[in-house]
Design a protein around this ligand. Structure first.
Ligand SMILES: [Zn+2]
Length: 217
């Protein structure tokens, strides 16, 4: 696992680096220009992602705006993530995977009971509820999210959660375009392909703006 991270250390010394266990959650405020790197350490691990303006949290990730303004149902390198007010929240600077979902939203205890007849204790939705509380934000602030490293196909209008194509060490780098609260759930789903039926850890780094070096450990 350490090797995978060190192999891709050409992004500058991170301001912070955390390993998020399967089913874990994370949030952090980023200032304009700071970068967020999410590494799928073992491959095929869905990472559910939300973001909010740090100065006006009611202006938040808007997936339909993102889809329309990028003219793409997938988020990948070169895309911009937009808010309700059509403001730029993040630019996708790098992407070694290429498939990131905008359709499927997050898993929930209720949906898993409905879909699989299984009563679970955790989900991305419960993770978001708990993480939002840290920022005094309520569950009503959960909106349709982006799923990094998750592949949802939509051939002929038929939507399916398909086996992910992300390999161990694949990553995305997002550059904050405004002060922003980034939030993610390392999806605990073990009943479909979103996490390869085997949720695994991820690494999350906050990197300084391009051209600036970060703090040394
Ligand atoms: Zn999930």
């Amino acid at each position: 696992m350490t090797t995978v991270i060190e192999d891709t250390l050409d992004h500058g010394q991170p301001l912070s680096r955390e390993i998020i266990a399967p089913g874990g959650r994370w949030s952090h405020r980023l200032e304009t220009g700071q970068r967020l790197r999410i590494v799928d350490l073992e491959g095929q691990q869905a990472v559910d992602f939300l973001c909010y303006s740090a100065e006006l949290p009611l202006d938040r990730l808007n997936v339909p705006n993102t889809v329309k303004l990028n003219r793409s149902l997938y988020v990948t390198k070169g895309c911009t993530i937009f808010s309700d007010k059509a403001r730029k929240m993040f630019s996708v600077l790098e992407d070694t995977c290429g498939f990131h979902d905008t359709l499927a939203g997050c898993c929930s205890i209720e949906m898993d009971l409905h879909r699989y007849g299984v009563e679970k204790k955790t989900s991305c939705r419960t993770n978001f509820v708990n993480e939002l509380a840290k920022w005094s934000l309520s569950p009503s602030e959960i909106v349709s999210n982006i799923n990094f490293f998750m592949r949802v196909t939509f051939d002929a209008g038929e939507v399916e959660i398909a086996p992910a194509v992300s390999k161990a060490g694949d990553y995305v780098v997002l550059q904050a375009e405004m002060p922003v609260i980034a939030m993610l759930s390392n999806c605990p789903q073990d009943s479909n392909h979103s996490s390869g039926f085997r949720p695994t850890p991820i690494c999350v780094e906050v990197l300084p703006p391009l051209g600036e070096s970060g703090l040394t450990a």
